[in-house]
Design a protein around this ligand. Structure first.
Ligand SMILES: N[C@@H](CCC(=O)N[C@@H](CS)C(=O)NCC(=O)O)C(=O)O
Length: 303
């Protein structure tokens, strides 16, 4: 039996929604492990080696950090229907970084007053910057104008088709939708005002929602750790010997995100190529896991 897809996530997480929608488009069955919204995450970080962001996907003893590598892996394992086309990865990074940061500003400008102090303290640690509610409120007006301009790109992309990717949903749709989904859920009044006059985007949001999340069944974090212990890591992807980092398989390395949540994960390099960094590390008593990161947006260095 093929090992199950285990998604470590929480329901309000916009990045997790990208993966849930991908699982819906592919019509897949998957196991859901609900992780905490703030640190500590004692049933997640033993798997990742310290990476704390959400979501994380696990298949046996292979652990995938960041939606970029999670979505690529799902696409590689389940090719039909195909989702990744053309310049989709570049659009994905626009949605993850530029559009997302604007969405963060609008959401917290709207709901900031109801955010608990523990959440604020956690996100200050995550970003390394003060979670400055007054500044977010002051920026809310200009940020709403920016949000609307990003949404207008979606509207334009839908001019002659049901989806940004044409007649069927693509990675561009899934990535862009994350931001529209999150704003619509966290601050429905602001979303309605900002989407007013963008009818194609509003109709597309409903089409995206209708794609569903595939077949989800819950699993405990402890059970997921047991799955990793019982499995062997898969053969790593092919490496590129001419990789600019100049690091060879077997080297002791660190990998960290270059934006926020920059906790370094240490392990032995298993493979590196233009798309992926794979390290192998010990998880508990001599049990090995492969931990996979995207290449774009992550820094690889000798430990
Ligand atoms: N580039 C990452 C970003 C993930 C991200 O920022 N996730 C948010 C939740 S949606 C997060 O981890 N927030 C802190 C936390 O949940 O502890 C990805 O694509 O997976």
């Amino acid at each position: 039996m093929a090992p199950e897809i285990i998604l470590h996530h929480y329901d309000t997480s916009p990045f997790s929604e990208k993966v849930r929608v991908m699982l819906g488009v592919k019509g897949l069955s998957w196991r859901s492990v609900i992780q905490p919204v703030i640190m500590p995450k004692p049933e997640l970080t033993p798997l990742t080696g310290g990476y704390r962001r959400i979501p994380v996907m696990q298949i046996g003893a292979d652990v995938y950090c960041d939606t970029q590598v999670i979505l690529a892996e799902i696409e590689a394992r389940h090719r039909r229907p195909d989702v990744v086309r053309g310049a989709d990865w570049a659009v994905n990074l626009w949605a993850d970084r530029l559009f997302f940061q604007v969405t963060v500003a609008v959401v917290f400008g709207e709901i900031g007053d109801s955010v608990p102090p523990e959440f604020i303290a956690d996100r200050e640690k995550l970003s390394g910057r003060p979670f400055d509610m007054a500044a977010m409120k002051a920026a809310a007006g200009p940020m709403k104008a920016q949000w609307r301009a990003h949404a207008a790109w979606i509207e334009r992309g839908l001019a002659s088709n049901d989806f940004l990717g044409g007649s069927a949903p693509s990675l561009s749709d899934i990535a862009a939708y994350m931001n529209v989904w999150w704003l619509s859920r966290a601050a429905p009044g602001a979303a309605a005002a900002l989407l007013d006059g963008l009818p194609k985007t509003t109709a597309w949001r409903e089409r995206m929602k209708a794609l569903g999340h595939g077949r989800r069944t819950e699993m405990s974090g402890a059970e997921a750790l047991q799955v990793a212990m019982a499995a062997m890591p898969a053969k790593p992807p092919a490496g590129e010997p001419a990789d600019p980092a100049g690091l060879k398989p077997g080297a002791l390395v660190t990998v960290r995100a270059d934006d926020y949540g920059r906790d370094a994960v240490e392990g032995r390099l298993a493979a590196v190529n233009a798309e992926r960094i794979t390290i192998v590390r010990e998880c508990g008593e001599l049990d090995l896991v492969n931990v996979h990161f995207p290449r774009v947006g992550y820094l690889l260095a000798a430990a």
